[in-house]
Each structure stands twice: as structure tokens, then as C-alpha cells.
Design a binder for this molecule. Structure first.
Ligand SMILES: Nc1ncnc2c1ncn2[C@@H]1O[C@H](COP(=O)(O)OP(=O)(O)OP(=O)(O)O)[C@@H](O)[C@H]1O
Length: 678
């Protein structure tokens, strides 16, 4: 048995210096992942953004953040928002009135006279204290109920809005990495919008309480306001610092936990099981798992001690400020510049104000982080609107005679600012309706791309030619009408995690699914045979990992995809290598069916590498390096006088390979089939 390659072995081998921004990365993480294992997704960029901000910067950004929260809430439910706002302002007023009433109670209690007399004089003010407390409590309940009502509505409105916009953007946007990162962050933004409502309410509440306490203090004595600031600032600083420490600790823990989780998954994953055993990967990964856990534990200990130290300093600062405040109060009392009753109220107001400010600082930190995600969300919505497929446009003719590409050039969007070369270059060709048109060419020559442009999924580059649907330019046409006329039987059809019935019926989702038509579609491709063997037939859920779900094989899925395209019954059927996963018998059956369809006048655009199967096409377009190499019938392309040789050479290579491998003595059944095919 070979010794496992343990973390200890790598500790001295790896010369990569530890990056300064990630001091907690273990040797194992550097060896296995090249450093910290962070997600490369849009939302990750804002994680912990508030750590970079100070109190002042956050305070400056506060009005903008609250305004965003209010706008979202207004969109979701204006009435509930009014209730929250009214209740919060009302709570501030009751707190202020309550403090004034307490002041009056103290004034009466501390004034001259017998105890009974003093209590009797204080009764009305005591009553007011009770009423304001009751009112405050009722208003808090109203605000909590309305916030609870607002939160899910805001999330739904935000989610619906972005999903509604995103499903209509151009395919080019979906394939654009930048848009995808934004989409990723914005998905998180809908949840953030929900949380933002709670944080906004809490911020408003803390802010209004602080204003109430500050106003009462100013009325009692002007010198009390600076005292409030003096006492609350150290405690606000300590709250923020400790919560920052907690966040850093959490982030470090999560990062190691993520790496550890990944190792755990790899050790138990089915796909890795053979290598884990044969190559003895188990001890190797377990060793690294332990090394990462130990690094994490050391870091947790360091952070915990650090947090304790900061807590002590902060508490010390808070204590000193409290001492100063009460010292100043005592001085005012001693010098006769303040009544005892006022001093008593001031103590209460200062305590209330300090706790409001503490809350405000923490809420601001959370609000700030959420607002970054909500800002992404807003940017995504704007971007999705700008990149939406237009919902109007010129009508296509009722009966189109041909779709013609005129000098069409197309470039896929680049990633990371690079400008890629065009995938299609000045392609001019025609797709006559009612015919079978074959598209052939080497891998990567642009066949599938051409078909995506035909289907209206992409448009030619700016100034890169025109796609004509008779006299209508596809770029100006109502794109919905183009989509409606095309059904795609492609190699990359989608595997919906739904029942077989829906997987076929989703080919035409605008009308209710008809069972009879679904059965016919399944019979068309031959999928009916495997469906009959499923535990619940057409009602079987296709999707492993769900209860009652069943996974179909690649070929079975392909038959479902073919049935779906057929179910759409569109004017143009695009067949893009849909049989790559089918066995020879199933493939022949699908080809036979397609040929039978062609005989009924169905337009079929057919992409294949099996050149033998395009012999009966009405026209064959041959693509090469993004350009049209040649076009014609099979006979024309094979003729040395009319063809360029691009098709003929490839055909002859395939034919020779086939001829070489066919045994001299063929089985009679194969002979018959070959004849049938030709
Ligand atoms: N979504 C995409 N983004 C960027 N480039 C792409 C994208 N899809 C295809 N390409 C590139 O465009 C070129 C043409 O691809 P396309 O799929 O159209 O070729 P094809 O002729 O259909 O190939 P195959 O026979 O292998 O299916 C390839 O170089 C491919 O890498």
C-alpha cells in the first residue's frame, strides 16, 4: 500500500506565499484549491462590504438606503407602508410624551408636602405614563403586523419583476458573462429586498426613538444633548466593532466549512467512488480535511480572544463615558443648575437614547449590505429592460416562401472585454419553405449558430447583413411570430424536471396539453415504448432525486425531446443532430419518420455529420469556418464540374471508411435495410 500524501508532506513543498488578504488559508487549501475556496458568483462580491465602511460613511448613505426600502414597500403595498410609517412616528411621539410625563411624576414626587399629597399630585402624570406605554405597545404591534405583511409582498413583487424581465431578454444577454454575474447577484437581491423592509422599519424605529430622547433632553436642559452623544458614541463604536469581529469570524468559519464540505462530498460522491478506492484518494483527502479543520480552529480561537479584548476596551470606553455623563449630571445638580426630577428623567432619556443609537448602528450595517444587493437588483432590472426582446414589430407574411440570409455576419458576445472573431461571416443562403434543406460542415463551422439566427434567438451583428422572411427583416419583425414558426429538435434540448406528459406538452405551452396529441408525439419518435414501461406512464416524473422521480437514459431523453419538437407542429422543423444518443434502430426510425414528414410538405432543416443521410435533401448548404463553402443538390455537390470539393471530399472519406469496414459477406437483413434507406 502506498503511503497517503498527507498535508504534512505538502507543508514544505509549496512555495506559494500566503496572500495578505487571506491570512487564514491553510496549506491544504492552497494545495487543493490554489488558495481560499470562494464562490465565483455575483453575490459574493458584496459579502461583508460594510466591513470597509466607517460610522460616518454609513450615516451619510442612510437616507438613500431607507428611500430605496420605502420605494420597494410602496410598490408592494402602499397601505401597509402607511401603517408602518404612522405607527413608527406615533411610537416616537408616545416615547417623548412618556418621558415628559415621567419628568412631571418625578417633579411632583420630589416636591414638598406629605407623601399622600405628593402622590395625589402625581396621579394625572402617572396616568399619562400608563397611557403612553399602552399606546406605544399598540403602535408597536400595528407596526410589526404591517411589516410582516409587507415583507413577503416585497419579496414577491421584486422576484416577479425580475423574473418577468429576465425571461424576455435576448439570448445574447444570457450568454454574456457580465449579465450573468449581475443576474446572480440580483437573484439574491429579491431576498435582500425582503430583509431590507425589516431593517428599514427597525432603523426608522431606532432613529425616531433617538430623536424623541434627544428632543426631550434638549427641552430639559441644553447641556444634556452633548452628554447623550458622549455616552452613546463609545457604545455605538463597540457594537459595530464587535459585530465586525463576529462577521470576520463567521466568514472564516464558512470558508473552511465550504472547503471541508466539498471534501466530504468528494469522498462520498458516486462519480468519484472508483478513483477514491483504486487510487486510495480517501486518506489523502481525509488528511487535508483535518489540516483545514485545525487551521480553522486556530483562527476561531484567535478571533474569539480578539473579540473579547475589543469587548473589554469598548466596555471600558462606555464605562468612562457613563461615568463622565453621570459626573456631569451630578455637577449640574450640585451647582443647583438642574432639579433632581430633571436629572432623573435625563438618566432615563440618556439610557433610552443610547440603546436606540446602538440599535441604529447595527441596523445601518445590515441595511447597507442588503442595499448593495438591492442596487444590483435595480441595475439588473434596468439592464434586462434595455436588452429585452422587443414585443412588437412587423408581422410576418401568412405564408412565407423563403427565409433568406443576406451577407449575415454574427459574433458571440465576448467575455472579460475581449472581442472575439465572428462565428458567421457574410453568409448568404436561402431556406425555401416546403423543402428539406441540409446543413453540413465540420465541427465548429457555425451550423448550430446559423440555426439560432434563423430561429430569431440571435440577430446579425450591427451592420452585419439581414435575414429576410420574404420581405420582412427579422431584426424588425415581431420576434414572437418567428419563435412560433420554428420547432427545434436539437442535441441540446432541455430536460425539464416535470412529468413525461409535460416534457412533451411544453412544446406548445400556450394551449392546454392534449393527451391524444402527446401520445401521438411519443409514437412519432418511438418514445412510447419506454414510456409504457414507466411506473406511471406519461404521469411519471422525470428527474432523479425527487420522490417518485425516475431518470431516463440519454437516448430516452432524446426521444422525449424529439416528441416535444414534433408536438409543437411548427411551420419549420429544425433537426440539429437530435439522434446522437440513439441506438441504430431508434435512429433509423426517427429518420424514417422525418422523411415521411418531409413528404407531407413540412419544411425541414437538417443538420448532420452523416453525409449519407442528406442525399435526398432538396438543397445542401456546406459551411466551413463560419462561411458558406457551397450549396446545391447532392448530385451538384458531388459533380466535379459544379461542386467545390468541400462536400465531395468529406463524403468520399466517410464512404471509404464505411466500405472498408463492411464485411465481404453481408447479412441479408442488412442488405435489405441498406436498399430501403437508399
Ligand atoms: N454560446 C456561445 N458563445 C460563444 N461562442 C460560441 C457559442 N456557441 C458556439 N460558439 C462558437 O461558435 C463556433 C461555431 O459553433 P457552432 O455550434 O455553431 O458550430 P457547429 O457547426 O454547429 O458545430 P458542431 O458540428 O460541433 O455542432 C464554435 O467555435 C463555438 O466555439
Amino acid at each position: 500500500m502506498h503511503p497517503a500524501h498527507t498535508p504534512a508532506d505538502t507543508r514544505h513543498e509549496d512555495p506559494v506565499p500566503e496572500p495578505p488578504e487571506a491570512p487564514t488559508v491553510s496549506d491544504s487549501e492552497r494545495l487543493l484549491f490554489g488558495g481560499e475556496l470562494a464562490y465565483d458568483v455575483g453575490w459574493e462580491q458584496h459579502e461583508g462590504a460594510w466591513l470597509k465602511l466607517g460610522l460616518l460613511a454609513m450615516a451619510r448613505a442612510l437616507p438613500r438606503m431607507v428611500a430605496t426600502g420605502l420605494r420597494l414597500a410602496h410598490l408592494a403595498d402602499a397601505r401597509a407602508l402607511r401603517v408602518v410609517l404612522g405607527a413608527e412616528v406615533g411610537r416616537g411621539v408616545t416615547q417623548a410624551v412618556g418621558l415628559v410625563a415621567v419628568n412631571s411624576v418625578l417633579g411632583h414626587v420630589l416636591a414638598g408636602g406629605t407623601t399622600n399629597e405628593r402622590l395625589a399630585r402625581a396621579v394625572p402624570s402617572l396616568g399619562l405614563v400608563a397611557v403612553t406605554a399602552l399606546l406605544g405597545s399598540l403602535l408597536r404591534s400595528a407596526s410589526t403586523a404591517a411589516t410582516g405583511e409587507l415583507e413577503p409582498k416585497v419579496q414577491r413583487v421584486a422576484t416577479e419583476r425580475y423574473l418577468g424581465l429576465v425571461h424576455r431578454v435576448e439570448l445574447a444577454a444570457i450568454e454574456d458573462d457580465e449579465f450573468h454575474r449581475l443576474l446572480d447577484a440580483a437573484r439574491y437581491g429579491a431576498d435582500s429586498a425582503r430583509r431590507m423592509i425589516r431593517y428599514c422599519t427597525n432603523t426608522l424605529n431606532s432613529g425616531i426613538s433617538l430623536i424623541a430622547a434627544a428632543s426631550v433632553l434638549t427641552v430639559l436642559h441644553v447641556a444634556l444633548l452633548p452628554l447623550l452623544v458622549l455616552m452613546t458614541l463609545p457604545s455605538a463604536w463597540s457594537s459595530l466593532t464587535i459585530s465586525k469581529q463576529r462577521y470576520i469570524s463567521f466568514h472564516t468559519f464558512v470558508q473552511h466549512a465550504r472547503a471541508g464540505h466539498l471534501l466530504g462530498q468528494l469522498l462520498t460522491q458516486r462519480e468519484a467512488a472508483a478513483e477514491v478506492r483504486v487510487h486510495e484518494v480517501g486518506p489523502f483527502l481525509l488528511g487535508h480535511f483535518r489540516e483545514m479543520a485545525e487551521t480553522s480552529e486556530r483562527e476561531q480561537t484567535r478571533l474569539a480572544r480578539n473579540a473579547a479584548r475589543i469587548g473589554l476596551v469598548a466596555d471600558g470606553a462606555s464605562g468612562a463615558a457613563t461615568l463622565l455623563t453621570y459626573g456631569a449630571l451630578g455637577l449640574l445638580l450640585w451647582s443647583g443648575r438642574m432639579d433632581l426630577a430633571v436629572a432623573g428623567t435625563a438618566v432615563l432619556a440618556i439610557r433610552a437614547g443610547a440603546s436606540s443609537l446602538d440599535g441604529l448602528v447595527l441596523q445601518m450595517a445590515d441595511l447597507h449590505q442588503e442595499s448593495l444587493f438591492v442596487a444590483d437588483y435595480e441595475r439588473l432590472c434596468a439592464e434586462a429592460q434595455a436588452r429585452a426582446i422587443p414585443q412588437t414589430g412587423e408581422d410576418l407574411p401568412g405564408r412565407v416562401r423563403e427565409v433568406r440570409f443576406e451577407k449575415v455576419t454574427f459574433t458571440y458576445p465576448g467575455s472579460g472585454g475581449e472581442t472575439p472573431d465572428p462565428t458567421l461571416r457574410e453568409v448568404s443562403l436561402s431556406f425555401p419553405m416546403g423543402k428539406v434543406i441540409a446543413l453540413v460542415g465540420a465541427n465548429g463551422s457555425g451550423k448550430s449558430t446559423l440555426v439560432k439566427l434563423l430561429a430569431g434567438l440571435h440577430l446579425p451583428d450591427e451592420g452585419g447583413g439581414t435575414i429576410w422572411w420574404d420581405g420582412v427583416d427579422a431584426a424588425k419583425a415581431d420576434r414572437g411570430q418567428i419563435f412560433a414558426r420554428i420547432a427545434l429538435m436539437s442535441q441540446s434540448f432541455f430536460r425539464w424536471p416535470f412529468t413525461v406528459r409535460v416534457n412533451i406538452g411544453i412544446g406548445r405551452p400556450t394551449v392546454p396539453i392534449e393527451d391524444e396529441a402527446v401520445r401521438n408525439a411519443a409514437a412519432f419518435s418511438g418514445a412510447d415504448r419506454f414510456i409504457a414501461a414507466l411506473p406511471r406512464g406519461f404521469g411519471t416524473l422525470l428527474g432523479r432525486g425527487y420522490k417518485g422521480g425516475r431518470e431516463a437514459s440519454g437516448g430516452e431523453w432524446q426521444l422525449v425531446g424529439i416528441s416535444r419538437a414534433w408536438y409543437k407542429r411548427a411551420e419549420i422543423l429544425v433537426v440539429d443532430e437530435p439522434t446522437s444518443a440513439l441506438d441504430a434502430v431508434a435512429e433509423q426510425r426517427v429518420f424514417d419518420q422525418i422523411r415521411a414528414l418531409a413528404a407531407t410538405g413540412q419544411t425541414i432543416i437538417f443538420i448532420t455529420h452523416r453525409l449519407h443521410s442528406v442525399r435526398h435533401a432538396d438543397v445542401i448548404h456546406v459551411m466551413k469556418d463560419g462561411r458558406l463553402a457551397e450549396s446545391g443538390t447532392f448530385a451538384e455537390l458531388m459533380d466535379e464540374d459544379t461542386g467545390t470539393g468541400d462536400f465531395r471530399d468529406s463524403y468520399l472519406i466517410q464512404a471509404a471508411a464505411f466500405a472498408d469496414t463492411v464485411p465481404a459477406q453481408r447479412a441479408p437483413a442488412e442488405d435489405t435495410r441498406a436498399e430501403e434507406r437508399s
